[in-house]
Design a protein. Structure first.
Length: 186
């Protein structure tokens, strides 16, 4: 599985996993790819957890990203996502709901999915657990596999990178787990 497979136009992708599992790094890679292709992206940040300096170091062109800060109001984040997927001009709309994702009814999930399909943008929802249920066309889970440390000889003092496993939990039209596991290093 590559980043391009996560960025499917007119489809909803959920990226789930615990803290420090690499889900935000995967989101940054998606933002970077959209910006490199010349597209515009919108990031809806429910918890104000997005770090633009880290994203810029990861290669994200911040001039091509609209950052919507919601101050912990998940209902406002969902409404913003619903509005932005209907706006023409965005290749990617990313919704980061953080560690305490909202409860989304099945009707809301399918309404959002229909809006994404009609608008043509790719929607990525990043959360600790699944939020949209059957409304997502692709669900991937991130898990930390290991950390790499750097430093003088026997006393490593600096984090040099992390390796993440990304596995498919659900793919519309295919069996769960059909995509295998991808190793991801950041």
């Amino acid at each position: 599985m590559t980043v391009d497979q996560l960025l499917r136009q007119g489809a909803v992708t959920e990226v789930v996993g615990p803290l420090c599992s690499g889900r935000t790094s995967l989101l940054a890679a998606c933002l970077r790819e959209v910006a490199r292709a010349g597209g515009a992206a919108a990031l809806i940040d429910a918890d104000d957890a997005f770090d633009p300096a880290s994203a810029a170091r990861a290669g994200v062109d911040l001039r091509r990203v609209l950052w919507v800060r919601c101050g912990g109001r998940r209902d406002a984040a969902l409404r913003a996502a619903d509005l932005l997927v209907r706006c023409p001009g965005f290749a990617l709309v990313a919704l980061d709901v953080g560690e305490s994702p909202p409860r989304v009814s099945l009707a809301q999930a399918f309404r959002l999915r229909l809006a994404v399909r009609r608008g043509g943008a790719a929607l990525i929802v990043v959360a600790r657990r699944r939020v949209l249920g059957a409304g997502a066309t692709l669900v991937v889970e991130t898990r930390r596999r290991g950390l790499a440390w750097a430093g003088p000889r026997l006393t490593p003092t600096r984090l040099a990178g992390a390796e993440t496993a990304v596995s498919v939990l659900r793919r519309q039209g295919a069996e769960a787990g059909g995509g295998g596991v991808m190793a991801w290093s950041a």
